[in-house]
Design a protein around this ligand. Structure first.
Ligand SMILES: Nc1ncnc2c1ncn2[C@@H]1O[C@H](COP(=O)(O)OP(=O)(O)OP(=O)(O)O)[C@@H](O)[C@H]1O
Ligand SMILES: O=C(O)C1=C[C@@H](O)[C@@H](O)[C@H](O)C1
Length: 263
């Protein structure tokens, strides 16, 4: 099964309220049965998911193959996409019905230590497409919404996040919960506010965001906990932002993904 990478509208770490938009970069996961698992080759997240299923259901040992269009440690929701895709594959293959894949992904991501809040916002957009609004503390999807039409997204993919002090974000919980309220009526505005604040607090350069806005982007920011940047433009207006981002790395142009639903 494939799931989607995503960009942040509101980072949930400070206030537990999060919002994420699915984009057309895919993460595919396939499972195959194996005699022995090679646990030392599994990422902590994959190990947690396989251990969970083996402990609860009588299923064979599995090996997971992941093909991803986004690098790990990029802030582009790779971990949530990998986990919802594996969970869905296992459900389908062994006819298991349990929690919705995004909810189970959130629980197992916390257990695996790869997420603070479980990132239900990321997992929901990754699995269903569209834009998610979630309360991660309550494992609650508040709303799944269609993304805006007629826009393109230019992403500056950067991987291998180095140590950033995510605890600093929690000092700004009130501001982020206000940004979440703004996101409910104006996701594009919230993306930029979130992006500026995340960059400021975590110490990422704000230049790519500021310059993208000056060049006419509708929104720009940092995704997740960084280090990837993105900008939203009117369809057809990507050129100047693409050229700008090219100065900082290898940009890619994509679109929001509409709500597809797997249910
Ligand atoms: N392609 C992958 N294959 C296997 N495991 C992965 C993959 N991507 C992520 N993971 C697992 O998820 C963990 C966290 O991933 P990562 O730091 O990439 O999160 P992210 O989703 O990019 O970040 P953010 O939450 O800021 O968007 C990794 O340490 C690894 O255990
Ligand atoms: O670890 C987490 O809980 C999160 C990480 C980032 O992707 C955030 O964007 C997300 O909202 C929550």
């Amino acid at each position: 099964m494939h799931a989607y990478a995503g960009i942040s509208i509101v980072n949930a770490i400070p206030s537990w309220y999060g919002s994420s938009g699915a984009v057309g970069l895919k993460v595919k996961a396939e499972i195959e049965e194996t005699k022995e698992r090679e646990k030392e080759k599994e990422s902590s997240l994959i190990r947690e998911i396989l251990d969970f299923f083996e402990s609860k259901w009588d299923i064979p040992h599995l090996r997971v193959n992941v093909e991803s269009e986004v690098p790990q440690g990029s802030g582009l929701k790779s971990s949530s996409a990998v986990s919802v895709a594996i969970i869905e594959e296992i459900y389908r293959r062994y006819n298991i019905e349990y929690l919705d894949p995004p909810k189970l992904s959130a629980i197992l991501s916390i257990k695996a230590g790869v997420s603070f809040t479980g990132a239900l916002d990321d997992a929901s957009s990754s699995y269903y497409g569209g834009i998610s609004f979630t309360n991660n503390k309550r494992f609650e999807i508040i709303e799944m919404r269609e993304p805006p039409d007629g826009v393109s997204i230019v992403i500056l993919r950067k991987g291998n996040r180095t140590n950033v002090n995510l605890k600093l974000l929690t000092k700004f919980s009130l501001t982020f919960s206000e940004i979440f309220k703004i996101a409910r009526s104006c996701p594009l505005k919230a993306m930029s506010l979130n992006g500026f604040l995340v960059a400021e607090v975590l110490g990422y350069p704000k230049e790519p965001i500021e310059m993208a806005m000056k060049k006419g982007a509708l929104a720009a920011g940092i995704s997740g906990n960084g280090p990837s940047y993105f900008a939203v433009t009117k369809e057809g207006d990507e050129g100047p932002i693409y050229d700008l981002f090219k100065k900082f790395g290898e940009p890619i142009i994509t679109r929001f993904v509409k709500v597809e639903g797997h249910n």
